[in-house]
Design a protein around this ligand. Structure first.
Ligand SMILES: Cc1cc2nc3c(=O)[nH]c(=O)nc-3n(C[C@H](O)[C@H](O)[C@H](O)COP(=O)(O)O)c2cc1C
Ligand SMILES: [Zn+2]
Ligand SMILES: [Zn+2]
Length: 711
């Protein structure tokens, strides 16, 4: 039996990053207006009176704010004409100042709280900012930020210690004696450790209407848990004397003895047949490899809804993506029906959009974000070449939960054929509302292949990518970029209007993260620059009578006031709250933005949020040892951001700003709050133990994103 059929191996994604889910929106079943209506939120509208009112309220309720937010106020008053300004002058501005958050004196400690775990070298989170502060603000040696490559991994669980899935499902195993998994239920039962009692349970309704507490998410949801005796919370569905895996009487099974309700619940799962085609390089692509010469197919001044897609011209000799040799043989496993003629639009206005976030923006995290009011979610960056090879770990990044009702995937590639071919596969195989092109990733391995930020520098290739993609995709394309490669030579202000002038009907929106590639996260996002690019873009669209592509600004949004000040103050910036670290550090931020308040969320509410993450994690990554380990590691990655939140009730001056740091030693209003503010890995592990049980003695963890890389 292949490893893919074992539930422990089916979601082989930890190696890479994260994953995704799916929504209830079926392709082609909703009109644009319906989508826009469904996703319209209670965000404040972008009316001038409203802005004035918001600003007035904000200023009066934050009279002390100047003390701590010099930079953001400063950005608002920047003179016009920045785009033409000498870049040297821009450089002179200090966008890197750090401030200590003003905390009420009763919460400031002289030394580390005794409640926290004693420090050891390996458990120290290695936060360069903290080191800086310990050295009186003088950083001796600046560590390189970015990804932490040498991270400890969990020991792989030996296949021979896993029960064969066929046995679990009560089916004969086609591999017989040569099966690498165990068929010996008794032996596994004898070695089975007790259930992890710390894992939170939820109520389950039995067929007779009674409710019981059940910690196994699989049994609770589907009436049957495929992890059987390997489930770490399996007592509720096991006969502990025989090891028999029980199935709830109301659970309908399919021909493979799998719960019917489960299949297709999470969307965008790579089908076996397609994976085989991709692996064997037999997928019937229309676009050939290396095909980069295209005839542009653009229509200016036409509403998206009215545009006829050119798919019905697939057989035309004018189409550059036509097969150059023989027609591909029709493969019955792949749907080759012509694409719909209308492109569904997404209205990003007055929405909270959770930015793509590698590793931490995984499916369970995004479910939490939906709970707190996020409107639009996006998968983590997936690399086109890996997807085209059918790599399960990369495909796992595209999964979508039903709660994600407006959902996009983000793709990184450096070449038009890669972008076009992956668009072809995605068009046929997944349900997405938009495809986001990554033009912002700063990582060397990505940029080295001409992708990520490097694609910003390769305009001609970018245009060719768009030609290919708009030919094969029926969903809108969005383009996410940085200000440029180097802070001193911003180029987004020339590239963005150029993309608009190309007139591709498929480009639904552009996102501008207000930092350059080389800056990574070390300075404040340039909202003055974003604002001017937005003004210029609108002006050019009006002057040239071409379709205006909405431009969404991104960077440092950490409170509703940040959103109102930076975005609502300029009607040319798309009124979209695009959240990155703000969502990671304060997942309830969408609620704050929509309700226009600072939420003093309690530590126990935050712990409940983590309990939900555990439930979602075990549902997604599995409830066996491997699933528990993955859930823990992803939770620890998230905790490496969550600790940066300073509770509202502790602040002397509201609100906390993204670049502001707390005093070195603090306590909270209770022990849990104190623990949750700790910047040390040892304490994050302790939090994980409250919810997932003890870690093995040799357990070690280092966050993937070094703090200096993602400040
Ligand atoms: C941990 C982490 C992972 C990220 N992963 C991605 C990614 O996969 N794709 C991408 O385009 N941007 C990624 N980004 C950048 C964010 O999407 C966003 O543009 C950036 O963090 C600026 O917004 P912020 O200041 O609100 O955090 C990542 C950022 C962080 C902090
Ligand atoms: Zn077997
Ligand atoms: Zn179970």
């Amino acid at each position: 039996m292949g490893t893919d059929t074992n539930p422990s191996n089916s979601d082989d994604q930890m190696e890479n990053n994260v994953d995704i889910d799916k929504n209830l929106t079926k392709k082609g079943t909703k009109t644009d207006t319906e989508i826009a209506q469904e996703t319209s939120s209670s965000l404040p509208s972008n009316k001038n009176e409203n802005i004035k009112e918001i600003k007035a309220n904000y200023i009066s309720s934050n009279s002390n704010k100047q003390k701590i937010s010099v930079n953001s106020d400063d950005q608002q008053t920047k003179p016009k004409g920045l785009l033409n300004q000498d870049t040297k002058e821009m450089k002179k501005k200090d966008h890197n100042a750090e401030f200590i958050i003003q905390v009420k004196p009763e919460y400031i400690l002289k030394e580390r709280s005794t409640l926290l775990t004693p420090l050891t070298a390996t458990q120290d989170g290695g936060d360069i900012r903290d080191k800086k502060m310990e050295n009186n603000g003088k950083s001796k040696k600046r560590k390189k930020g970015g990804m932490n490559k040498k991270r400890p991994r969990d020991q792989k669980i030996c296949d021979a210690n896993k029960l064969c899935l066929s046995v679990v499902r009560g089916l004969p195993c086609s591999y017989g004696d040569s099966c690498k998994f165990s068929h010996d239920i008794k032996a596994i039962l004898a070695d089975r450790p007790p259930d992890i009692k710390e894992i939170p349970s939820s109520q389950m309704t039995l067929p007779n209407g009674a409710t019981i507490e059940c910690p196994c998410p699989n049994y609770r949801l589907w009436g049957r848990c495929d992890y059987a005796i390997m489930c770490r919370v399996g007592q509720c569905h096991l006969n502990m004397s025989t090891g028999e895996n029980l199935t709830r009487s109301d659970c309908e099974l399919d021909e493979k003895n799998q719960p019917l309700a489960k299949s297709g619940f999470v969307k965008n799962v790579l089908r076996k047949e397609v994976q085989q085609l991709l692996r064997k390089k037999k997928f019937p692509f229309v676009c050939k490899r290396g095909n980069v010469r295209h005839k542009q197919n653009t229509k200016n001044n036409v509403k998206n809804e009215e545009i006829e897609k050119p798919h019905n011209t697939l057989n035309s000799s004018t189409n550059p993506f036509m097969p150059q040799a023989a027609e591909p043989k029709h493969t019955p496993d792949v749907d080759l029906t012509p694409l719909p003629t209308k492109r569904k639009l997404i209205d990003f206005r007055n929405k909270v959009y959770i930015a793509p976030l590698t590793t931490v923006g995984n499916l369970p995290f995004r479910r939490i974000m939906k709970h707190y009011g996020a409107d639009i979610t996006c998968g983590e960056m997936a690399v086109a070449s890996n997807l085209l090879e059918g790599k399960p770990s990369e495909w796992a990044l595209l999964k979508r939960h039903p709660s994600e009702d407006v959902f996009g995937v983000q793709i990184a590639a450096g070449f038009p054929d890669q972008f076009t071919r992956i668009s072809e596969v995605l068009e046929k195989e997944v349900e997405i509302d938009f495809l986001d092109m990554n033009l912002g990733c700063p990582i060397d391995v990505i940029c080295g292949k001409g992708a990520g930020s490097a694609l910003m520098l390769r305009e001609k290739k970018l245009k060719e990518c768009l030609v290919g993609m708009t030919n094969v995709l029926s969903c809108p394309i969005t383009i996410k970029m940085r200000t440029g490669w180097d802070e001193s030579k911003p180029l987004a202000h020339t590239l963005i209007p150029k993309i608009q002038s190309w007139g591709f009907d498929g480009v639904g929106a552009m996102m501008l993260h207000g930092r350059s590639r080389l800056q990574r996260y070390t300075k404040l996002a340039r909202w003055d620059y974003i604002s001017e690019v937005c003004n210029d873009l609108k002006l050019k669209a009006d002057n040239d009578s071409i379709r205006h592509i909405p431009l969404i600004g991104n960077g440092d949004i950490f409170s509703h006031t940040d959103y109102e000040e930076r975005i609502l103050s300029n009607p040319n910036i798309s009124p979209t709250a695009m959240l990155g670290r703000g969502a990671l550090i304060k997942p309830w931020l969408p609620t704050e933005i929509k309700e226009r308040r600072h939420w003093d969320i309690s530590a126990s509410e935050r712990l409940d949020m983590l309990k939900d993450f555990v439930r979602f994690g075990l549902e997604h990554w599995g409830s066996d040892d491997q699933g528990v380990n993955r859930t823990r590691r992803f939770m620890l990655e998230w905790l490496s951001f969550l600790y940066r939140y300073v509770p509202i009730g502790l602040l002397e001056v509201l609100p906390q700003q993204m670049n502001h740091r707390p005093p070195q030693h603090m306590c909270g209003r209770n022990d849990l709050e104190t623990l949750m503010m700790s910047k040390h890995c040892g304490d994050w592990i302790k939090i994980s133990e409250l919810l997932l049980g003890k870690v093995p003695g040799d357990f070690d963890f280092q966050p993937k994103h070094k703090a200096s890389g993602y400040k």
